[in-house]
Ligand binder design. Sequence first.
Ligand SMILES: [Zn+2]
Ligand SMILES: [Zn+2]
Length: 321
Amino acid sequence: MSTSVDERVTDEVEALEAILMDDVVIKRVDDVPQSIETVVHPSTGDDTDQQYVCVTLEVKLTPGYPDNSPEVTLRNPRGLDDALLAAINSQIQEKLIDCLGQPVVFELLELIRENLTESNLPSGQCVICLYDFTEGDVFIKTQCYHYFHSHCLASHLIAGRKYYQEELEKLPNWQQMQAPPYQQTCPVCRCALTCDVDTLKKAPAPVESITAPPFRLTAELKALQLKMAALLSQQVAKGGVVAVGDTGPPPLTITSPADNENEASIGSASALPDAKPELGNGHNGNASHDAPGSPQRGYKGPYRGFNRRGKPGRRGRGASR
Ligand SMILES: [Zn+2]
Ligand SMILES: [Zn+2]
């Protein structure tokens, strides 16, 4: 082998570019191909609407390829579950061993495509209703290769438009005029969508949502409801819940520096950020003695020394003894 590019590699890369054209990206350094990247789809003839899965294949050409195996990575899987990805990856490893000494990228493409064609159905759940995709379900694949029951996506987009409209109407007129029109987005990746909601709306509800047993309030659920209600009232009392209406204290209380100092002197916590630890007092370096939210030791930010006025920390430490 010379320092020039191996002829087998040049031929393979030329063939890939001739066949896949814009669908393949070859990265080169000084005209030497370094890596090959392409998105693999299942074989569905020319009907790309029927492709429900895809994966990006990246092949890094290691020095000495094809006499050495390249580094192969599968990225951005869409509609494929972990088990299937693992199966494809192990087939790839076998193929790399079988093909040592000869260009392997076309073989890999074929292997992955066969697997995708066999599994050309979304796996996993619809993230909107959390039911699986089953026989008889009507579902849609978005431009970004995410799947939803058509029925669910319609409900989601209708709700999204309604919310947008409600928020828009709260704005002053001049802002309403300048607001961009409502844009449908994918609930998973926020990619812009162009879906015909009227058509989606006609799809039946997910099969599993119809066949699921009717909801029953079990003793277990009742106990959970009680536990959650207690937790909610506790959070409301502390102002941790931004509730609709005006029940409970305001969710955000703005305090002045003076308030902070008073609070620090009442508590037993040391808020003095860079006080020298007093040896032998049992409190050395104990972070729990800093007031919550006070700058940490070593803190160099704009609020450095904020709590030092009036030495609340020293007083605090005295109180804790
Ligand atoms: Zn759904
Ligand atoms: Zn998406």
